[in-house]
Write a protein that binds this ligand. Structure first.
Ligand code: NAD
Length: 445
């Protein structure tokens, strides 16, 4: 692969020129390029879900400028919403100016839950399960030799007593399962089902559910970035003023769940788009992200932003803003962190079965599951920065409405060059509605 710095000005190219550049960069062959447009065949769709009546297509875009731990990436994203790919590429460029993203991830440990009822003493049952841990792990590991051979498999058992539920007391056994490069839902569910009879035998209780948890707080990825404030200046607004506005925007999300929901939706705009491009289960990621955002009892921001000095990156907001006063000390950088559950795979599920997902993984350089999670968390942090930077400076509508106008023109039946022409007219009139677009299309016939 060549350096992804070559992607400067990618958005100005035609689609054919973009494909040529990408093919050179990622070593894509003719069949890979065909898969980018053709997607899933009717036969493949037929075996993927039930009652298939067709296939549904979405745009696949390429986010540029990503630098992670010194390595360049371009990132495939599937999404229908305008501004996301452009915004994330711009934010990645800002982060690049401060050395790019530093990323890390935990071991790919998922949690399988086994619900045990009809117990007279939860503590006693938990102690019995703890004493039988080696036996339980051995039983769980019998069923997935491939993952075990790769160093994964069942690693630990933990117990969660729930003394008060609408159905009375119950004990939940957690099986911690290292999924290696798989998302692992099927492997974890198999393991949870496999140990259920043994759990009943050991505790004398009755097992009901045996299923993975999507709150994958043992399988997390983290990205950090440090942006020199002067990089943030735009349209005559100084960088330090925009940095403060970004910090204030983040503080709003920390304090208010109404804002946090939208703030985190921005994070997931990026993460879901990469999940879809790579054939991963974005509902699982959504569930994990929002549950994690509420882990301390109140729903809050998934990201953290601080105004820092370069000397030691120590956030100065705690000392200066705790009294409600704006910072007076000099800060030089905006520092961002996103640390969240990310259970994604590069084998299994649709990752290899979907032809476009297979090519997306090739564009990413065939990452393992942990690297894919790290790329995704960096995209999530960049997306959050793009959104709050736009909101805190020129307002999100300006750029967004330009792209939205093109969609209105398309919806009104505009074709070819007429799409941009009508979009420009809608923006100039400040009336970006499909009815107006229809009038313009009709008028140009
Ligand atoms: P999978 O069942 O296809 O399993 C992956 C397989 O890949 C394993 O059987 C393993 O033997 C093999 N493998 C080869 N190389 C490997 C490597 N390096 N690391 C790990 N495994 C390797 O897929 P899965 O990941 O178990 O399940 C994912 C699917 O399950 C997704 O499609 C998801 O939508 C679905 N699902 C999700 C939920 C949920 O999130 N609640 C519930 C049920 C199913």
């Amino acid at each position: 692969m060549s350096s992804s710095n070559d992607f400067a000005g990618f958005y100005k190219l035609t689609q054919t020129e973009r494909l040529q550049k990408l093919a050179e960069y990622a070593g894509l062959q003719t069949d890979d390029l065909a898969a980018l447009n053709a997607g899933l065949s009717a036969d493949q769709a037929e075996v993927m879900i039930e009652n298939v009546i067709g296939r549904y297509t979405l745009p696949l875009g390429l986010a540029t400028n990503f630098l992670l731990n010194g390595q360049n990436f371009v990132v495939p994203m599937v999404v229908e919403e305008p501004s996301i790919v452009a915004g994330v590429s711009y934010a990645a460029k800002l982060a690049r100016a401060g050395g790019g993203f530093q990323t890390s991830s935990s071991e790919p440990l998922m949690i399988g839950q086994v619900q045990i009822l009809d117990l007279t003493d939860l503590e006693e049952a938990a102690a019995k399960l703890m004493a039988a841990k080696p036996q339980l792990l051995a039983e769980a590991n019998q069923h997935h030799p491939t993952i075990q051979k790769l160093g994964g498999g069942a690693k630990n058992i933990e117990c969660r007593p729930l003394p008060k539920t609408p159905a009375g007391p119950m004990l939940i056994a957690h099986i911690l399962y290292d999924c290696r490069d798989a998302m692992g839902a099927n492997a974890v569910n198999t393991a949870a089902e496999a140990i259920a009879p043994l759990i009943e035998q050991i505790t004398g209780g009755r097992v009901n559910l045996r299923i993975l948890s999507n709150l994958t707080d043992r399988r997390t990825a983290r990205a950090e970035c440090l942006i020199p404030v002067e990089q943030l200046s735009r349209d005559g607004l100084p960088g330090d003023q925009i940095a403060r506005s970004i910090f204030e925007a983040w503080a709003f999300a920390v304090a208010d769940p109404y804002r946090a929901a939208t703030h985190n939706k921005g994070v997931m705009n990026g993460i879901d788009a990469v999940a879809i491009a790579t054939g991963n289960d974005w509902r699982a990621l959504e569930a994990g992200a929002h549950a994690y955002a509420a882990r301390n009892g109140r729903y809050t921001s998934l990201t953290e932003w601080s105004l820092v000095t370069t000397a030691d990156h120590r956030p100065i907001r705690h000392s200066l803003w705790s009294q409600g006063e704006p910072p007076t000390a000099e800060f030089t950088h905006l520092y961002g962190v996103l640390d969240m559950p990310l259970s994604v795979g590069t084998v299994g599920g649709a990752t290899r079965a979907h032809p476009t997902a297979r090519v997306s993984l090739k564009i990413l350089g065939q990452p393992n599951a942990r690297l894919l999670a790290e790329i995704m968390v960096a995209v999530g942090l960049a997306q959050n920065l793009a959104a709050i930077r736009a909101l805190a400076s020129e307002g999100i509508q300006r750029g967004h409405m330009r792209l939205h106008a093109r969609q209105m023109a398309l919806a009104a039946g505009a074709k070819g060059a007429q799409v941009q022409d009508i979009a420009d007219k809608l923006v100039a009139m400040g009336n970006i509605r499909v009815e107006k677009a229809r009038e313009l299309v009709a008028g140009s016939k």
